[in-house]
Design a binder for this molecule. Structure first.
Ligand SMILES: Cc1cc2nc3c(=O)[nH]c(=O)nc-3n(C[C@H](O)[C@H](O)[C@H](O)COP(=O)(O)OP(=O)(O)OC[C@H]3O[C@@H](n4cnc5c(N)ncnc54)[C@H](O)[C@@H]3O)c2cc1C
Length: 586
Protein backbone atom coordinates (compact mmCIF):
# COMPACT_ATOMS: atom_id res chain seq x y z
CA UNK A 1 0.00 0.00 0.00
CA UNK A 2 3.01 2.27 -0.20
CA UNK A 3 2.23 2.80 -3.90
CA UNK A 4 -1.23 4.25 -4.52
CA UNK A 5 -3.05 5.45 -7.61
CA UNK A 6 -4.36 8.96 -7.00
CA UNK A 7 -4.80 10.95 -3.80
CA UNK A 8 -8.11 10.39 -2.00
CA UNK A 9 -7.62 12.53 1.10
CA UNK A 10 -5.32 15.18 2.53
CA UNK A 11 -2.19 13.87 4.21
CA UNK A 12 0.97 15.15 5.82
CA UNK A 13 4.63 14.15 5.44
CA UNK A 14 8.00 15.60 6.40
CA UNK A 15 8.97 15.97 2.74
CA UNK A 16 6.87 16.10 -0.42
CA UNK A 17 8.71 15.37 -3.67
CA UNK A 18 6.98 16.50 -6.87
CA UNK A 19 7.94 14.18 -9.75
CA UNK A 20 9.02 10.56 -9.28
CA UNK A 21 11.56 10.83 -12.09
CA UNK A 22 15.32 10.41 -12.29
CA UNK A 23 16.28 12.97 -9.62
CA UNK A 24 13.03 12.85 -7.62
CA UNK A 25 13.31 9.18 -6.69
CA UNK A 26 16.95 9.58 -5.64
CA UNK A 27 16.09 12.39 -3.22
CA UNK A 28 12.93 10.65 -1.99
CA UNK A 29 14.71 7.33 -1.37
CA UNK A 30 17.59 8.88 0.54
CA UNK A 31 15.28 11.03 2.71
CA UNK A 32 12.88 8.15 3.40
CA UNK A 33 15.55 6.38 5.46
CA UNK A 34 15.18 9.11 8.07
CA UNK A 35 11.86 10.90 7.57
CA UNK A 36 8.41 10.49 6.06
CA UNK A 37 8.26 11.22 2.33
CA UNK A 38 5.50 11.49 -0.28
CA UNK A 39 6.24 11.32 -4.00
CA UNK A 40 3.67 12.87 -6.35
CA UNK A 41 4.00 11.36 -9.85
CA UNK A 42 1.76 12.20 -12.77
CA UNK A 43 2.49 8.97 -14.67
CA UNK A 44 2.03 5.31 -13.79
CA UNK A 45 4.15 2.17 -13.95
CA UNK A 46 6.14 1.71 -17.14
CA UNK A 47 5.90 -2.07 -16.92
CA UNK A 48 2.16 -1.63 -17.36
CA UNK A 49 2.12 1.34 -19.73
CA UNK A 50 5.08 0.50 -21.98
CA UNK A 51 5.28 -3.30 -22.05
CA UNK A 52 8.89 -4.47 -22.37
CA UNK A 53 10.07 -1.28 -24.07
CA UNK A 54 11.42 0.37 -20.90
CA UNK A 55 13.08 -2.87 -19.81
CA UNK A 56 14.71 -4.46 -22.89
CA UNK A 57 17.53 -2.15 -24.07
CA UNK A 58 17.05 -2.59 -27.84
CA UNK A 59 13.31 -1.95 -27.63
CA UNK A 60 14.07 1.21 -25.63
CA UNK A 61 16.05 2.81 -28.43
CA UNK A 62 13.45 2.04 -31.07
CA UNK A 63 10.29 3.41 -29.39
CA UNK A 64 8.27 5.33 -32.03
CA UNK A 65 7.17 8.04 -29.58
CA UNK A 66 10.74 9.29 -29.25
CA UNK A 67 10.64 10.78 -32.76
CA UNK A 68 11.29 14.53 -32.91
CA UNK A 69 8.99 15.09 -35.86
CA UNK A 70 5.81 17.03 -35.14
CA UNK A 71 3.82 14.14 -36.63
CA UNK A 72 5.31 11.51 -34.30
CA UNK A 73 3.31 8.52 -33.05
CA UNK A 74 2.35 9.43 -29.50
CA UNK A 75 2.32 7.29 -26.37
CA UNK A 76 0.61 9.62 -23.95
CA UNK A 77 0.82 7.15 -21.06
CA UNK A 78 4.63 7.44 -21.12
CA UNK A 79 5.42 10.84 -22.61
CA UNK A 80 4.27 14.40 -21.96
CA UNK A 81 3.68 15.07 -25.70
CA UNK A 82 5.53 18.38 -25.50
CA UNK A 83 5.93 20.35 -28.74
CA UNK A 84 8.20 23.33 -29.19
CA UNK A 85 7.21 26.59 -30.84
CA UNK A 86 8.18 26.80 -34.54
CA UNK A 87 11.97 27.11 -34.51
CA UNK A 88 12.52 30.21 -36.61
CA UNK A 89 16.22 29.56 -37.22
CA UNK A 90 15.72 25.82 -37.79
CA UNK A 91 13.33 25.51 -40.68
CA UNK A 92 10.30 26.72 -38.68
CA UNK A 93 9.90 23.19 -37.41
CA UNK A 94 7.91 22.36 -34.28
CA UNK A 95 9.91 19.77 -32.41
CA UNK A 96 8.40 16.97 -30.36
CA UNK A 97 10.56 16.75 -27.25
CA UNK A 98 10.06 13.40 -25.45
CA UNK A 99 10.07 13.52 -21.64
CA UNK A 100 9.26 10.54 -19.42
CA UNK A 101 5.86 10.60 -17.72
CA UNK A 102 6.15 7.52 -15.55
CA UNK A 103 7.62 6.39 -12.26
CA UNK A 104 11.33 6.66 -13.08
CA UNK A 105 10.74 9.64 -15.39
CA UNK A 106 13.14 10.02 -18.30
CA UNK A 107 15.41 7.32 -16.85
CA UNK A 108 12.76 4.90 -18.14
CA UNK A 109 12.84 6.17 -21.74
CA UNK A 110 16.37 7.41 -22.26
CA UNK A 111 19.12 5.84 -24.36
CA UNK A 112 20.88 4.58 -21.18
CA UNK A 113 24.35 6.03 -21.96
CA UNK A 114 26.23 6.64 -18.70
CA UNK A 115 29.29 8.89 -18.36
CA UNK A 116 30.44 12.05 -16.61
CA UNK A 117 31.42 15.50 -17.84
CA UNK A 118 34.85 17.13 -17.57
CA UNK A 119 36.76 18.45 -14.60
CA UNK A 120 36.84 21.88 -16.22
CA UNK A 121 33.05 21.88 -16.67
CA UNK A 122 32.40 21.07 -13.00
CA UNK A 123 35.01 23.68 -11.95
CA UNK A 124 33.12 26.24 -14.06
CA UNK A 125 29.89 25.15 -12.31
CA UNK A 126 31.57 25.58 -8.90
CA UNK A 127 32.85 29.05 -9.81
CA UNK A 128 29.52 30.23 -11.25
CA UNK A 129 27.63 29.24 -8.10
CA UNK A 130 30.42 30.28 -5.75
CA UNK A 131 30.61 26.85 -4.13
CA UNK A 132 33.74 24.76 -4.59
CA UNK A 133 31.91 21.63 -3.44
CA UNK A 134 30.97 21.21 -7.15
CA UNK A 135 34.53 20.51 -8.28
CA UNK A 136 35.07 17.01 -9.68
CA UNK A 137 37.07 15.66 -6.75
CA UNK A 138 34.37 16.73 -4.31
CA UNK A 139 31.39 15.45 -6.30
CA UNK A 140 33.10 12.15 -7.08
CA UNK A 141 31.85 10.54 -3.83
CA UNK A 142 28.25 11.34 -4.91
CA UNK A 143 28.81 9.84 -8.34
CA UNK A 144 30.30 6.75 -6.73
CA UNK A 145 27.56 6.51 -4.16
CA UNK A 146 24.88 6.39 -6.81
CA UNK A 147 26.18 3.50 -8.90
CA UNK A 148 27.50 -0.06 -8.94
CA UNK A 149 29.66 -0.92 -11.95
CA UNK A 150 29.88 -4.42 -13.38
CA UNK A 151 32.88 -4.83 -15.71
CA UNK A 152 32.18 -6.07 -19.21
CA UNK A 153 31.93 -9.84 -19.46
CA UNK A 154 33.98 -10.68 -22.59
CA UNK A 155 32.27 -14.05 -23.00
CA UNK A 156 28.74 -12.74 -22.99
CA UNK A 157 29.67 -9.49 -24.75
CA UNK A 158 31.36 -11.42 -27.53
CA UNK A 159 32.47 -8.25 -29.29
CA UNK A 160 36.24 -8.41 -29.79
CA UNK A 161 36.06 -5.37 -32.09
CA UNK A 162 34.47 -3.25 -29.39
CA UNK A 163 37.07 -3.50 -26.65
CA UNK A 164 36.27 -1.60 -23.52
CA UNK A 165 38.78 0.49 -21.58
CA UNK A 166 37.40 1.66 -18.25
CA UNK A 167 38.07 2.62 -14.66
CA UNK A 168 36.92 -0.29 -12.47
CA UNK A 169 36.65 2.06 -9.48
CA UNK A 170 34.26 4.54 -11.15
CA UNK A 171 31.38 3.43 -8.92
CA UNK A 172 31.10 2.50 -5.26
CA UNK A 173 30.05 -1.12 -5.74
CA UNK A 174 28.61 -1.75 -2.26
CA UNK A 175 25.03 -2.93 -1.63
CA UNK A 176 24.25 0.73 -0.96
CA UNK A 177 24.92 1.66 -4.61
CA UNK A 178 21.59 1.41 -6.37
CA UNK A 179 22.05 2.30 -10.04
CA UNK A 180 23.41 -0.58 -12.15
CA UNK A 181 26.01 0.42 -14.73
CA UNK A 182 27.52 -1.99 -17.23
CA UNK A 183 28.06 -2.75 -20.93
CA UNK A 184 25.82 -4.19 -23.62
CA UNK A 185 26.15 -7.88 -24.39
CA UNK A 186 25.72 -7.27 -28.10
CA UNK A 187 27.49 -4.84 -30.40
CA UNK A 188 26.48 -4.95 -34.03
CA UNK A 189 29.01 -5.12 -36.84
CA UNK A 190 27.85 -1.81 -38.28
CA UNK A 191 28.88 0.10 -35.17
CA UNK A 192 32.22 -1.61 -34.77
CA UNK A 193 33.11 -0.73 -38.36
CA UNK A 194 31.87 2.85 -38.22
CA UNK A 195 33.71 3.44 -34.94
CA UNK A 196 37.02 2.76 -36.74
CA UNK A 197 36.63 5.97 -38.72
CA UNK A 198 37.09 8.19 -35.67
CA UNK A 199 40.55 7.03 -34.53
CA UNK A 200 41.41 7.14 -38.24
CA UNK A 201 40.88 10.91 -38.30
CA UNK A 202 42.84 11.56 -35.12
CA UNK A 203 40.45 10.78 -32.27
CA UNK A 204 42.30 7.95 -30.46
CA UNK A 205 40.71 5.54 -28.00
CA UNK A 206 40.70 6.92 -24.46
CA UNK A 207 42.72 4.74 -22.08
CA UNK A 208 40.18 4.89 -19.25
CA UNK A 209 36.79 5.85 -20.61
CA UNK A 210 34.65 8.81 -19.66
CA UNK A 211 33.98 8.54 -15.94
CA UNK A 212 37.15 10.19 -14.65
CA UNK A 213 36.48 13.81 -15.63
CA UNK A 214 37.92 13.73 -19.16
CA UNK A 215 36.09 13.70 -22.50
CA UNK A 216 38.69 13.28 -25.18
CA UNK A 217 38.90 10.69 -27.93
CA UNK A 218 36.63 7.68 -28.11
CA UNK A 219 35.22 4.95 -25.87
CA UNK A 220 32.69 2.15 -25.79
CA UNK A 221 30.69 3.57 -22.95
CA UNK A 222 28.63 1.77 -20.31
CA UNK A 223 24.93 2.24 -19.79
CA UNK A 224 22.38 2.11 -17.01
CA UNK A 225 21.82 -1.60 -17.42
CA UNK A 226 21.82 -4.51 -15.01
CA UNK A 227 24.54 -6.91 -16.18
CA UNK A 228 22.79 -9.90 -14.61
CA UNK A 229 19.96 -10.00 -17.14
CA UNK A 230 20.57 -7.00 -19.46
CA UNK A 231 17.54 -5.08 -18.22
CA UNK A 232 17.41 -1.29 -17.97
CA UNK A 233 18.31 0.18 -14.59
CA UNK A 234 16.10 3.19 -13.76
CA UNK A 235 15.71 5.36 -10.68
CA UNK A 236 12.59 3.30 -10.01
CA UNK A 237 13.98 -0.21 -10.13
CA UNK A 238 17.25 0.76 -8.44
CA UNK A 239 16.67 3.48 -5.84
CA UNK A 240 12.97 3.07 -5.22
CA UNK A 241 13.01 -0.71 -5.21
CA UNK A 242 15.83 -0.68 -2.69
CA UNK A 243 14.03 1.64 -0.27
CA UNK A 244 10.72 -0.20 -0.61
CA UNK A 245 12.50 -3.35 0.50
CA UNK A 246 13.26 -1.65 3.82
CA UNK A 247 10.18 -2.15 5.97
CA UNK A 248 10.93 0.84 8.18
CA UNK A 249 11.32 3.34 5.33
CA UNK A 250 8.49 5.85 5.36
CA UNK A 251 7.66 6.46 1.74
CA UNK A 252 4.33 6.81 -0.05
CA UNK A 253 4.13 7.03 -3.83
CA UNK A 254 1.07 8.63 -5.38
CA UNK A 255 0.83 7.62 -9.03
CA UNK A 256 -1.47 9.24 -11.62
CA UNK A 257 -1.37 12.34 -9.43
CA UNK A 258 -0.42 15.74 -10.74
CA UNK A 259 0.91 18.54 -8.58
CA UNK A 260 -0.92 21.67 -9.73
CA UNK A 261 0.44 24.24 -7.29
CA UNK A 262 2.90 24.66 -4.42
CA UNK A 263 1.26 26.24 -1.36
CA UNK A 264 3.02 28.89 0.78
CA UNK A 265 2.15 30.37 4.18
CA UNK A 266 2.32 34.08 5.03
CA UNK A 267 6.05 33.95 5.63
CA UNK A 268 6.57 32.46 2.16
CA UNK A 269 7.39 29.00 3.47
CA UNK A 270 6.28 26.13 1.24
CA UNK A 271 3.83 24.12 3.33
CA UNK A 272 2.37 21.69 0.82
CA UNK A 273 1.26 20.83 -2.66
CA UNK A 274 -2.16 20.84 -4.32
CA UNK A 275 -2.55 17.51 -6.09
CA UNK A 276 -5.10 16.63 -8.73
CA UNK A 277 -6.04 13.02 -9.53
CA UNK A 278 -9.07 10.96 -10.50
CA UNK A 279 -10.12 11.23 -6.84
CA UNK A 280 -10.32 15.03 -6.99
CA UNK A 281 -8.06 17.74 -5.58
CA UNK A 282 -6.32 17.40 -2.21
CA UNK A 283 -3.47 19.11 -0.40
CA UNK A 284 -0.50 17.03 0.67
CA UNK A 285 1.27 18.96 3.43
CA UNK A 286 5.02 19.16 3.95
CA UNK A 287 6.18 19.63 7.53
CA UNK A 288 9.78 20.25 6.46
CA UNK A 289 10.25 20.87 2.73
CA UNK A 290 8.83 20.55 -0.75
CA UNK A 291 11.26 19.27 -3.40
CA UNK A 292 10.35 20.01 -7.01
CA UNK A 293 11.76 17.45 -9.49
CA UNK A 294 9.40 17.77 -12.47
CA UNK A 295 12.16 18.14 -15.10
CA UNK A 296 13.59 20.82 -17.35
CA UNK A 297 10.29 22.01 -18.86
CA UNK A 298 7.71 21.23 -16.17
CA UNK A 299 9.60 22.45 -13.09
CA UNK A 300 9.70 26.06 -14.36
CA UNK A 301 6.04 25.76 -15.38
CA UNK A 302 4.97 24.68 -11.87
CA UNK A 303 7.12 27.37 -10.25
CA UNK A 304 5.37 30.03 -12.34
CA UNK A 305 1.92 28.62 -11.61
CA UNK A 306 2.85 28.78 -7.92
CA UNK A 307 3.82 32.47 -8.08
CA UNK A 308 7.58 32.13 -8.61
CA UNK A 309 8.89 33.57 -11.85
CA UNK A 310 9.20 36.74 -13.90
CA UNK A 311 6.78 39.31 -12.38
CA UNK A 312 5.47 40.39 -15.76
CA UNK A 313 4.58 36.86 -16.85
CA UNK A 314 2.84 36.18 -13.54
CA UNK A 315 0.80 39.38 -13.66
CA UNK A 316 -0.13 38.76 -17.32
CA UNK A 317 -1.94 35.63 -16.09
CA UNK A 318 -3.20 37.18 -12.79
CA UNK A 319 -1.01 34.89 -10.68
CA UNK A 320 -0.12 36.28 -7.22
CA UNK A 321 3.61 36.91 -6.99
CA UNK A 322 5.35 34.98 -4.22
CA UNK A 323 8.90 35.54 -5.53
CA UNK A 324 9.79 37.68 -8.53
CA UNK A 325 12.52 35.61 -10.20
CA UNK A 326 13.15 36.69 -13.79
CA UNK A 327 15.36 33.64 -14.44
CA UNK A 328 12.60 31.03 -14.12
CA UNK A 329 12.28 29.30 -17.52
CA UNK A 330 15.18 31.24 -19.08
CA UNK A 331 18.68 30.07 -20.04
CA UNK A 332 17.55 26.87 -21.81
CA UNK A 333 20.62 25.12 -23.24
CA UNK A 334 20.12 22.36 -25.74
CA UNK A 335 22.53 20.22 -27.73
CA UNK A 336 21.58 19.54 -31.32
CA UNK A 337 23.02 17.08 -33.80
CA UNK A 338 23.31 16.39 -37.50
CA UNK A 339 24.43 13.25 -39.29
CA UNK A 340 26.00 12.20 -42.55
CA UNK A 341 24.69 8.86 -43.83
CA UNK A 342 25.87 6.30 -46.36
CA UNK A 343 24.87 2.80 -47.30
CA UNK A 344 27.22 0.27 -45.66
CA UNK A 345 27.54 -3.50 -45.90
CA UNK A 346 27.88 -4.74 -42.25
CA UNK A 347 24.55 -5.40 -40.52
CA UNK A 348 22.99 -3.36 -37.71
CA UNK A 349 21.24 -5.00 -34.72
CA UNK A 350 17.83 -4.54 -36.31
CA UNK A 351 18.90 -6.80 -39.19
CA UNK A 352 18.81 -9.74 -36.78
CA UNK A 353 15.24 -9.00 -35.77
CA UNK A 354 13.33 -8.98 -39.03
CA UNK A 355 11.73 -12.42 -39.46
CA UNK A 356 9.72 -14.26 -36.79
CA UNK A 357 12.41 -16.99 -36.76
CA UNK A 358 15.18 -14.44 -36.10
CA UNK A 359 13.12 -12.86 -33.34
CA UNK A 360 12.53 -16.23 -31.70
CA UNK A 361 16.28 -16.99 -31.67
CA UNK A 362 17.06 -13.54 -30.30
CA UNK A 363 14.42 -13.90 -27.61
CA UNK A 364 15.87 -17.19 -26.51
CA UNK A 365 19.36 -15.66 -26.26
CA UNK A 366 18.04 -12.70 -24.32
CA UNK A 367 15.96 -14.75 -21.91
CA UNK A 368 18.67 -17.36 -21.40
CA UNK A 369 21.54 -15.08 -20.41
CA UNK A 370 20.83 -11.47 -21.42
CA UNK A 371 22.73 -11.70 -24.72
CA UNK A 372 21.89 -11.28 -28.41
CA UNK A 373 20.50 -8.34 -30.38
CA UNK A 374 17.80 -7.46 -27.84
CA UNK A 375 20.58 -6.57 -25.39
CA UNK A 376 21.98 -3.90 -27.76
CA UNK A 377 22.24 -0.69 -25.77
CA UNK A 378 25.04 1.81 -25.59
CA UNK A 379 27.75 2.07 -28.17
CA UNK A 380 30.71 4.19 -29.11
CA UNK A 381 31.17 7.91 -28.74
CA UNK A 382 34.08 10.22 -29.37
CA UNK A 383 34.81 13.82 -28.35
CA UNK A 384 37.10 16.50 -29.72
CA UNK A 385 37.78 20.16 -30.27
CA UNK A 386 37.67 20.78 -34.01
CA UNK A 387 41.17 20.74 -35.55
CA UNK A 388 42.73 23.97 -36.85
CA UNK A 389 41.87 23.43 -40.52
CA UNK A 390 38.16 23.38 -39.65
CA UNK A 391 38.29 26.66 -37.74
CA UNK A 392 39.50 28.93 -40.51
CA UNK A 393 35.99 30.08 -41.40
CA UNK A 394 34.94 30.89 -37.84
CA UNK A 395 34.06 34.55 -37.34
CA UNK A 396 36.09 36.33 -34.64
CA UNK A 397 32.96 36.30 -32.47
CA UNK A 398 32.54 32.51 -32.79
CA UNK A 399 36.22 32.01 -32.00
CA UNK A 400 35.83 34.22 -28.91
CA UNK A 401 32.71 32.38 -27.75
CA UNK A 402 34.50 29.05 -28.04
CA UNK A 403 37.57 30.34 -26.24
CA UNK A 404 35.40 31.08 -23.21
CA UNK A 405 34.64 27.41 -22.57
CA UNK A 406 37.02 25.57 -20.21
CA UNK A 407 40.03 24.09 -22.00
CA UNK A 408 38.86 20.47 -21.55
CA UNK A 409 35.27 21.09 -22.74
CA UNK A 410 34.89 19.35 -26.14
CA UNK A 411 33.16 21.13 -29.01
CA UNK A 412 31.77 18.10 -30.81
CA UNK A 413 30.72 14.59 -29.92
CA UNK A 414 30.70 12.04 -32.76
CA UNK A 415 28.47 8.99 -32.56
CA UNK A 416 28.39 6.11 -35.07
CA UNK A 417 25.19 4.06 -35.46
CA UNK A 418 23.61 1.82 -38.10
CA UNK A 419 20.00 1.06 -39.07
CA UNK A 420 18.55 -1.58 -41.38
CA UNK A 421 18.59 0.14 -44.76
CA UNK A 422 15.86 -1.63 -46.74
CA UNK A 423 14.03 1.60 -47.55
CA UNK A 424 17.19 2.93 -49.25
CA UNK A 425 18.05 -0.27 -51.09
CA UNK A 426 21.14 -0.94 -48.95
CA UNK A 427 21.83 -3.52 -46.22
CA UNK A 428 22.46 -0.87 -43.60
CA UNK A 429 22.31 2.90 -43.35
CA UNK A 430 25.40 3.98 -41.47
CA UNK A 431 25.22 7.33 -39.70
CA UNK A 432 28.10 9.32 -38.29
CA UNK A 433 26.67 12.18 -36.25
CA UNK A 434 28.09 15.38 -34.83
CA UNK A 435 26.51 16.70 -31.62
CA UNK A 436 27.19 20.33 -30.71
CA UNK A 437 28.64 20.51 -27.19
CA UNK A 438 29.09 24.27 -27.01
CA UNK A 439 25.70 25.78 -27.93
CA UNK A 440 25.49 29.56 -27.70
CA UNK A 441 21.79 29.71 -28.66
CA UNK A 442 19.45 29.96 -25.68
CA UNK A 443 15.79 29.04 -25.49
CA UNK A 444 13.17 29.53 -22.82
CA UNK A 445 10.06 28.05 -21.25
CA UNK A 446 7.02 30.05 -20.22
CA UNK A 447 3.35 29.50 -19.46
CA UNK A 448 0.41 29.70 -21.83
CA UNK A 449 -2.17 30.23 -19.10
CA UNK A 450 -2.63 29.86 -15.35
CA UNK A 451 -3.96 26.34 -15.93
CA UNK A 452 -1.51 23.45 -15.57
CA UNK A 453 -3.44 21.46 -18.17
CA UNK A 454 -2.11 23.87 -20.83
CA UNK A 455 1.36 22.66 -21.83
CA UNK A 456 4.16 25.20 -21.35
CA UNK A 457 5.40 27.27 -24.29
CA UNK A 458 8.81 25.84 -25.15
CA UNK A 459 11.15 27.77 -27.42
CA UNK A 460 14.32 25.72 -27.85
CA UNK A 461 16.07 28.64 -29.53
CA UNK A 462 17.85 26.29 -31.93
CA UNK A 463 20.49 27.95 -34.14
CA UNK A 464 19.37 31.46 -33.15
CA UNK A 465 23.01 32.24 -32.43
CA UNK A 466 24.91 32.13 -35.71
CA UNK A 467 27.96 30.67 -33.99
CA UNK A 468 26.17 27.34 -33.60
CA UNK A 469 25.53 27.09 -37.34
CA UNK A 470 29.15 27.94 -38.13
CA UNK A 471 30.46 25.25 -35.79
CA UNK A 472 28.05 22.61 -37.07
CA UNK A 473 28.95 23.35 -40.70
CA UNK A 474 32.59 22.68 -39.79
CA UNK A 475 31.58 19.58 -37.81
CA UNK A 476 29.65 18.16 -40.73
CA UNK A 477 32.69 18.59 -42.99
CA UNK A 478 34.77 16.84 -40.36
CA UNK A 479 32.31 13.93 -40.37
CA UNK A 480 32.70 13.72 -44.13
CA UNK A 481 36.46 13.43 -43.57
CA UNK A 482 35.71 10.41 -41.36
CA UNK A 483 33.55 8.87 -44.10
CA UNK A 484 36.38 9.38 -46.58
CA UNK A 485 38.96 7.68 -44.36
CA UNK A 486 40.44 4.37 -45.55
CA UNK A 487 38.90 2.70 -42.47
CA UNK A 488 35.49 2.78 -44.15
CA UNK A 489 36.55 2.29 -47.77
CA UNK A 490 35.68 -1.42 -47.87
CA UNK A 491 32.26 -1.15 -46.30
CA UNK A 492 30.79 1.98 -47.90
CA UNK A 493 28.17 1.27 -50.54
CA UNK A 494 27.14 3.89 -53.08
CA UNK A 495 27.16 7.67 -52.74
CA UNK A 496 26.41 9.70 -49.62
CA UNK A 497 22.68 9.40 -48.81
CA UNK A 498 22.29 12.54 -46.68
CA UNK A 499 22.93 15.45 -47.00
CA UNK A 500 24.01 14.09 -50.42
CA UNK A 501 26.82 14.99 -52.77
CA UNK A 502 25.03 18.10 -54.10
CA UNK A 503 25.25 19.75 -50.68
CA UNK A 504 28.77 21.17 -50.62
CA UNK A 505 28.87 24.93 -50.11
CA UNK A 506 28.78 26.29 -46.56
CA UNK A 507 25.42 27.90 -47.30
CA UNK A 508 23.94 24.62 -48.55
CA UNK A 509 25.30 22.69 -45.57
CA UNK A 510 23.88 25.28 -43.18
CA UNK A 511 20.53 25.05 -44.89
CA UNK A 512 20.62 21.27 -44.49
CA UNK A 513 21.45 21.66 -40.80
CA UNK A 514 18.61 24.12 -40.23
CA UNK A 515 16.10 21.72 -41.75
CA UNK A 516 17.43 18.51 -40.23
CA UNK A 517 19.13 19.20 -36.88
CA UNK A 518 17.57 17.12 -34.10
CA UNK A 519 17.82 17.11 -30.34
CA UNK A 520 19.54 14.50 -28.26
CA UNK A 521 17.16 15.33 -25.33
CA UNK A 522 19.74 17.03 -23.12
CA UNK A 523 17.84 20.30 -22.53
CA UNK A 524 19.03 21.80 -19.24
CA UNK A 525 19.38 24.84 -17.01
CA UNK A 526 15.92 26.47 -17.07
CA UNK A 527 15.97 27.05 -13.28
CA UNK A 528 19.67 27.65 -13.08
CA UNK A 529 21.75 27.59 -9.96
CA UNK A 530 23.66 30.75 -9.14
CA UNK A 531 25.09 33.07 -6.54
CA UNK A 532 22.86 35.00 -4.15
CA UNK A 533 22.11 38.35 -5.78
CA UNK A 534 22.35 36.97 -9.34
CA UNK A 535 18.93 37.99 -10.69
CA UNK A 536 19.12 35.41 -13.47
CA UNK A 537 19.51 32.51 -11.01
CA UNK A 538 16.59 30.55 -9.51
CA UNK A 539 18.25 28.37 -6.86
CA UNK A 540 21.37 28.65 -4.71
CA UNK A 541 24.08 26.00 -4.59
CA UNK A 542 22.00 23.93 -2.17
CA UNK A 543 19.11 24.03 -4.68
CA UNK A 544 17.00 26.31 -2.44
CA UNK A 545 14.68 28.58 -4.40
CA UNK A 546 15.49 32.27 -3.92
CA UNK A 547 12.90 34.42 -2.17
CA UNK A 548 10.99 31.60 -0.43
CA UNK A 549 11.66 29.02 2.28
CA UNK A 550 11.23 25.25 2.37
CA UNK A 551 11.40 24.75 -1.40
CA UNK A 552 14.17 23.24 -3.51
CA UNK A 553 14.35 22.31 -7.18
CA UNK A 554 16.37 19.15 -7.85
CA UNK A 555 16.50 17.93 -11.45
CA UNK A 556 18.20 18.71 -14.75
CA UNK A 557 16.74 22.21 -14.76
CA UNK A 558 19.23 23.48 -12.14
CA UNK A 559 22.75 22.99 -13.51
CA UNK A 560 23.90 26.40 -14.75
CA UNK A 561 24.47 25.02 -18.26
CA UNK A 562 24.20 21.88 -20.31
CA UNK A 563 27.22 19.82 -19.32
CA UNK A 564 29.30 18.41 -22.16
CA UNK A 565 28.24 14.87 -23.04
CA UNK A 566 25.18 13.11 -21.68
CA UNK A 567 23.64 14.33 -18.42
CA UNK A 568 22.05 11.45 -16.54
CA UNK A 569 25.11 10.48 -14.47
CA UNK A 570 25.33 14.09 -13.31
CA UNK A 571 21.59 14.22 -12.53
CA UNK A 572 21.99 11.20 -10.23
CA UNK A 573 25.08 12.80 -8.65
CA UNK A 574 23.32 16.12 -8.13
CA UNK A 575 20.29 14.49 -6.49
CA UNK A 576 22.58 12.53 -4.16
CA UNK A 577 24.45 15.72 -3.27
CA UNK A 578 21.34 17.75 -2.47
CA UNK A 579 19.76 14.85 -0.52
CA UNK A 580 22.93 14.83 1.58
CA UNK A 581 22.64 18.61 2.10
CA UNK A 582 19.05 18.19 3.28
CA UNK A 583 19.91 15.34 5.66
CA UNK A 584 22.82 17.33 7.09
CA UNK A 585 20.58 20.33 7.69
CA UNK A 586 22.22 22.49 5.01
C1 LIG B 1 14.68 10.05 -25.07
C2 LIG B 1 15.77 10.46 -24.15
C3 LIG B 1 17.05 9.90 -24.30
C4 LIG B 1 18.07 10.27 -23.43
N1 LIG B 1 19.27 9.61 -23.49
C5 LIG B 1 20.20 9.84 -22.52
C6 LIG B 1 21.38 9.04 -22.44
O1 LIG B 1 21.56 8.08 -23.19
N2 LIG B 1 22.28 9.35 -21.49
C7 LIG B 1 22.11 10.38 -20.62
O2 LIG B 1 23.00 10.63 -19.81
N3 LIG B 1 21.00 11.15 -20.68
C8 LIG B 1 20.03 10.87 -21.57
N4 LIG B 1 18.88 11.60 -21.59
C9 LIG B 1 18.72 12.69 -20.61
C10 LIG B 1 18.40 12.21 -19.20
O3 LIG B 1 17.62 11.03 -19.24
C11 LIG B 1 17.63 13.33 -18.48
O4 LIG B 1 18.44 14.49 -18.46
C12 LIG B 1 17.28 12.98 -17.03
O5 LIG B 1 16.66 11.72 -16.95
C13 LIG B 1 16.37 14.07 -16.47
O6 LIG B 1 16.03 13.77 -15.14
P1 LIG B 1 15.06 14.75 -14.34
O7 LIG B 1 14.99 14.23 -12.96
O8 LIG B 1 15.49 16.15 -14.56
O9 LIG B 1 13.63 14.63 -15.06
P2 LIG B 1 12.71 13.36 -15.35
O10 LIG B 1 13.46 12.10 -15.14
O11 LIG B 1 12.07 13.58 -16.67
O12 LIG B 1 11.60 13.42 -14.19
C14 LIG B 1 10.54 14.34 -14.11
C15 LIG B 1 9.36 13.62 -13.49
O13 LIG B 1 8.40 14.56 -13.04
C16 LIG B 1 7.10 14.10 -13.38
N5 LIG B 1 6.22 15.28 -13.38
C17 LIG B 1 6.34 16.39 -14.14
N6 LIG B 1 5.41 17.31 -13.79
C18 LIG B 1 4.70 16.78 -12.78
C19 LIG B 1 3.64 17.25 -11.97
N7 LIG B 1 3.12 18.48 -12.12
N8 LIG B 1 3.12 16.44 -11.00
C20 LIG B 1 3.65 15.19 -10.81
N9 LIG B 1 4.67 14.69 -11.56
C21 LIG B 1 5.20 15.48 -12.51
C22 LIG B 1 7.31 13.42 -14.71
O14 LIG B 1 6.25 12.56 -15.05
C23 LIG B 1 8.63 12.71 -14.49
O15 LIG B 1 8.44 11.43 -13.90
C24 LIG B 1 17.84 11.26 -22.44
C25 LIG B 1 16.58 11.84 -22.30
C26 LIG B 1 15.53 11.43 -23.13
C27 LIG B 1 14.18 12.04 -22.95
Amino acid sequence: QRIQSGVSTKASFDYVVIGGGTAGLVVASRLAEFASVAVIEAGGLYEVDNGNASTVPYLGITMPFLAADENYTPNSLMDWDLLSTPQVAAGNRRVHYAQGKTLGGSSAINSIGYHRATKGAYKRWADLVNDQSYTFDRILPYFKRSCALTPPDPKRRNAPNATVKFDPFACGNTPDNPLQVSWSHFVDAARTWLALALPAIGQPLSSKGFNGGELKGGAWIPGTVDAKDSTRSTSKNSYLRRILEKKKAQITIYLHSRATKIVFNDSKRATGVVVSSAQGEHVISAKKEVILSAGVFLSPQLLMLSGIGPAKTLSDFSINITSDLPGVGQNLWDQIFVGVTHGISPPASGAYLVSPEQKAIALEQYNANGTGPYSTGTGYMSFEKLPAQYRTNFSPRTATLLSQFPADWPEIENVPVGFPGGAFGVTTVGALSAILQTPSSRGNVTIRSANIADAPVINLGWLTDEADGEILVAALKRVREAWASPALANITVGPELFPGSAVTSDAAILNYIKNNAASIWHASATCKMGKAGDRSAVVDSKARVFGVKGLRVVDNSIPPFSLPGHPQASVYMLAEKIADDILKGR
